[in-house]
Write a protein that binds this ligand. Structure first.
Ligand code: DGY
Length: 320
């Protein structure tokens, strides 16, 4: 049988590449940067399958360019970069990488919650500056976490993992989600609430919803104004769920107490003024950046693509 041609839009862990190489000719973008739109469309012209990233737009123009395409595997759990309806219309299977990064991303949400609450980054900078004069009763007072109410936006796999971890800190749990999650409620006593209640009652809010037209800019001036002034917002999901200019306004004016961000509205850029705010902790989209998660993502993307190339059902297909 003729070997299939596969293109990977950026270097990914060898675990996935090795799986593909057993039966496919694999080409990988050699540059350590995302391809431009033109480069991407040119590279996929002759290939049977593609593994791509959340920075690659997989839409009608992509499918037009990739005229031999038998399938596309996203190297990410989030898939707002893929026009799934268009893929389905063309009968092209597309997939994502759920589960393998759930714990890593949930752990990072906790890292942000604590980093903001206890001013970890700000006080680390004080130590490095050599200006600390010794212990003081009124220095660097932060926020309590244990026993405070945690609000989860999006009670899917990652949101549920964050909620389960919160039990160790005795935190009452509330969540806002389109549908109920009875398993989560049974495991953690989490309560489904309206978005209004989530805003009003949470001491910490952690975002785990997908980016959709309904969630874009869900956090804006108006919603920040309905949060507690002592509240902290953490986002390890997708940047555009927060209107970032409005977040800068809220943090600057004490409308909310702090924010921890791993994702941004216009990555890799940040809203003007954000980097000057001491009550913001800012990370470069590292939610899934552990060895086991990234290896797991590479292997799952490869297994998905191999199934597509064999006209079999991929393990984590997105098409309905
Ligand atoms: C995802 O998988 O959607 C993350 O944003 C990157 O791992």
């Amino acid at each position: 049988m003729q070997r299939k041609k596969v293109f990977i839009t950026r270097k990914i862990p060898q675990a996935g590449v090795a799986l593909l190489e057993k039966s496919c000719d694999v080409m990988i973008n050699p540059e350590d940067r995302p391809l431009s739109r033109e480069e991407l469309l040119a590279k996929v012209a002759e290939v049977d399958g593609v593994i791509g990233l959340l920075t690659d737009k997989i839409d009608a123009a992509f499918f037009d360019a990739a005229k031999n395409l038998k399938g596309y595997a996203n190297y990410a759990v989030g898939y707002d970069n893929i026009d799934v309806a268009e893929a389905t219309r063309r009968k092209i299977p597309v997939s994502n990488t759920p589960d393998v990064l759930t714990l890593a991303t949930a752990e990072l949400a906790w890292a942000l919650i604590f980093a903001v609450a206890r001013r970890v980054v700000e006080t680390d900078a004080v130590m490095r500056s050599g200006t600390w004069t010794g212990w003081g009763p009124l220095q660097f007072i932060g926020l309590d976490v244990s026993g405070k109410t945690l609000g989860i936006l999006g009670a899917g796999r990652i949101g549920a993992a964050v909620a389960r971890m919160a039990q160790g800190f005795g935190m009452p749990l509330i969540y806002y989600n389109r549908s109920s999650n009875p398993e989560l409620e049974a495991q953690t006593k989490a309560r489904k609430v309206s978005f209004d209640e989530l805003l009003a009652q949470s001491d910490f809010i952690s975002i785990h919803a997908p980016l959709t037209p309904e969630t874009r800019h869900l956090f804006n001036r108006e919603s920040f104004s309905r949060m507690k002034r002592t509240a902290v917002l953490v986002n390890t999901g997708r940047g555009p769920i927060i209107k970032e200019d409005d977040l800068v306004w809220a943090l600057r004016n004490g409308v909310i107490a702090g924010a921890g961000l791993d994702v941004y509205e216009f990555e890799p850029r940040m809203a003007e003024g954000l980097s000057e705010l001491k009550n913001a902790v800012l990370l470069p989209h590292i939610g899934s950046a552990t060895n086991s998660s990234r290896d797991g993502m590479a292997e799952l993307a490869a297994r998905n693509l191999l199934a597509m190339l064999a006209s079999a059902r991929p393990p984590t297909i997105l098409n309905p």
